[in-house]
Design a protein around this ligand. Structure first.
Ligand SMILES: Cc1cc2nc3c(=O)[nH]c(=O)nc-3n(C[C@H](O)[C@H](O)[C@H](O)COP(=O)(O)OP(=O)(O)OC[C@H]3O[C@@H](n4cnc5c(N)ncnc54)[C@H](O)[C@@H]3O)c2cc1C
Length: 423
């Protein structure tokens, strides 16, 4: 299948105009007024046995919601831990330091993320540091600006891509938050409510559908096991699902979408740096560049000795670096950073790099589903018999974000509740 990308070319003027009108007060009232999920208790006779494949944010939230409805749920997770891309890196850094590996930030209008964080009493805080200057390094020229200050048109040497325009739009930074204790605490909070339902080291290989349900075949501790359920929820990326065996085979348009959906490459490099390095230069530890993508130092705390700075490169830049061995990736990024941050390499205390494209259970950082047509997006989330589809790639809004993953969980829980109560 030739999946054509539809870039959303909305004039920036218009987007900014709309955004300005949606001020904080309105966001707050919309947040309070909105209820995203029907808290349905399903009559006992209508409750179902459900297997959720994958314990990322979407799988965990789906299981959490289905359990609240009274269904019996099993989550089969192939890896050794829950959370998927909503993970945080704590090693090899000094004790207490932590940086995220996905799900870094969320906007004020990511209502679901905020709703569940509040439900679990998990604090969140500003993603960007408001103290110190932020850097813009474009076309070899360096500029400093304050938090929330506009990037001047004269700083921009060429036409920006949509992605770059988004990065350079200072309004995106004003109401952007992060989970204070690391995004992995968010995943763990979901899991803590359903821990007896989660089976780790359980890699699903085959789904056989029958008229009454689906038989799921998975490998656990080297053994092939099977479990039958009324419904199955796939909450794994299509980049991985494409290797699953389905009996009978899925409809051809769905199968082609699963095998054809593209994922964008991303590379993360983490550096532990003395906080003094930033403080003496009056910098916030944040930069937007055309050489090392975005540079972030969330939660830079001058009362501590060190902090973690992350470089996040995407697309072709990431792909080019991925061809190199680990050490060279880190060395290349560090050298590029030094073009605009003097002596940066001398201050590195430890470093590590992470690439989700190389994780065989994820294979990509974020889906490109948001660039598809509405019909193609509908196909991505279309139910196939007893199989329902969750995950960031199946959302209708905020695709690629945790917000989208949560939206997909609510949709799938509603789909199953509706089927169970309609009979
Ligand atoms: C570098 C990066 C930066 C990001 N930045 C942000 C951000 O700033 N803000 C934001 O909101 N989002 C961000 N995201 C996206 C966000 O992390 C994801 O949208 C979200 O975590 C996806 O959740 P998911 O449940 O859809 O899938 P995943 O997290 O991919 O979960 C899938 C799970 O399925 C498991 N699995 C795979 N195959 C099998 C199998 N055969 N059997 C059983 N289990 C299996 C995997 O091990 C995994 O645990 C970022 C992602 C990346 C990678």
């Amino acid at each position: 299948m030739n999946i054509e990308l539809h870039r959303l070319d909305i004039p920036r003027r218009l987007v900014n105009g709309i955004r300005r009108r949606v001020n904080s007060a309105k966001i707050e009232s919309a947040f309070r007024a909105r209820s995203h999920r029907a808290d349905v208790a399903i009559p006992e006779s209508s409750r179902a046995e459900v297997i959720v494949i994958g314990a990322g944010i979407s799988g965990l939230a789906t299981a959490y919601l289905l359990r609240q409805g009274g269904h019996r749920v099993t989550v089969l997770e192939a890896g050794a831990q829950i959370g998927g891309r909503a993970d945080s890196v704590r090693s090899p850094f000094r004790s207490g330091l932590c940086a995220d590996a996905g799900g870094f930030r969320f906007a004020a209008d990511h209502y679901r993320v905020r709703e569940y964080l509040n439900e679990f009493n998990l604090p969140y805080t500003n993603f960007y540091n408001t103290q110190g200057d932020m850097l813009v390094y474009l076309g070899g020229a360096l500029f400093r600006r304050k938090f929330g200050e506009r990037v001047r048109p004269s700083w921009i040497p060429r036409v920006l891509t949509n992605e770059e325009s988004w990065m350079f739009d200072q309004e995106n930074e004003i109401e952007m938050f992060r989970v204070s204790g690391g995004v992995d605490t968010f995943a763990k909070a979901f899991a803590s409510h359903i821990s007896d339902s989660i089976s780790l080291h359980s890699e699903v290989r085959k789904i056989t559908q029958t008229s009454s349900g689906a038989l799921v075949e998975y490998v656990s501790d080297g053994e092939i096991k099977t479990q039958f359920a009324d419904y199955v929820v796939s909450a794994i990326p299509y980049s991985v699902l494409k290797d699953m065996t389905f009996a009978p085979t899925l409809k051809s348009d769905k199968a082609e979408m699963i095998s054809g959906l593209e994922y964008r490459p991303g590379l993360l490099v983490y550096f532990e740096i003395p906080t003094e390095y930033w403080q003496t230069q009056g910098l916030s530890g944040f930069a937007v560049t055309d050489t090392v993508g975005e540079l972030w130092s969330p939660g830079l705390d001058f009362t501590r000795d060190t902090a973690i700075t992350i470089s996040y490169t995407k697309d072709e830049d990431a792909q080019e670096l991925m061809a190199l061995p680990q050490e060279e990736r880190i060395a290349t990024i560090a050298k590029r950073i030094e073009e605009f941050l003097p002596d940066f390499r001398e201050f590195i205390q430890c470093s590590v790099s992470l690439c989700w494209d190389e994780d065989r259970l994820i294979r990509g950082s974020r889906s490109m589903a948001q660039f598809l047509s509405q019909d193609q997006m509908a196909l991505i989330r279309r139910t196939e018999g007893k199989i329902h589809f969750a995950g960031e790639h199946t959302a209708s809004l905020r695709l690629g974000w945790m917000e989208g993953a949560l939206e997909s969980a609510e949709r799938v829980a509603s789909e199953i509740n509706a089927i169970c109560t309609s009979g």
